[in-house]
Ligand binder design. Structure first.
Ligand SMILES: [Zn+2]
Length: 181
């Protein structure tokens, strides 16, 4: 058995499941973007904090930017389900992918083709998209994947690394999906 990010067997013999991939303890604790870059992806992540000047509330952001080694040929824009999307449902039909958790939480704002539906049926992709959280977004345009999450509570370094790993796993799934078509 090998880690699906670094390709090495886990030194501890233990693997964590991340968005449908088996990941070694070393990758879990040190990050995985370098392994994507070694495979021809461009990948970077950053996190920052904003503060509302009126309420003084802070928002914690994490963004992962990945350029795939292939063009997915898709445009897909997912944002967290909000009340106004329920209104818009009255006016047009919306793609839903069959998983009630997914359908209740994510609104697919663009990308209602059969190819997108096929991609979104993948559990690993759904897991990464669900993680974007309130006000977050998961946007795929051709070879470019940008995932942005926002949180009202501060995230530990481990949680930030975990989010980035989910997005990295989604990128690997998208490339695998593309290769199977
Ligand atoms: Zn690994």
């Amino acid at each position: 058995m090998q880690c699906e990010f670094c390709g090495e067997p886990s030194l501890t013999g233990r693997y964590d499941r991340v968005a449908g991939l088996d990941v070694c303890a070393t990758c879990r604790s040190t990050g995985v973007l370098k392994h994507l870059r070694a495979r021809g992806y461009e990948a970077a992540a950053r996190n920052w904090t904003t503060r509302d000047p009126e309420t003084n509330n802070r928002t914690f952001h994490v963004q992962t930017d990945i350029t795939l080694p292939v063009d997915s040929g898709l445009t897909l824009r997912c944002v967290k389900e909000r009340w106004y999307h329920h209104i818009s449902r009255l006016f047009r039909s919306e793609l839903e992918v069959g998983d009630p958790i997914f359908d209740d939480h994510i609104y697919v704002a663009e990308g209602t083709s059969a190819a997108v539906a096929d991609l979104l049926s993948h559990e690993g992709i759904q897991s990464a998209i669900l993680l974007v959280g309130a006000g977050g977004s998961f946007v795929l345009e051709g070879p470019t994947l940008v995932a942005h999450s926002q949180s009202r509570v501060g995230l530990s370094a481990e949680e930030i690394r975990g989010q980035i790993q989910e997005v990295a796993a989604a990128a690997i799934h998208i490339v695998g999906w593309h290769a199977r078509r």
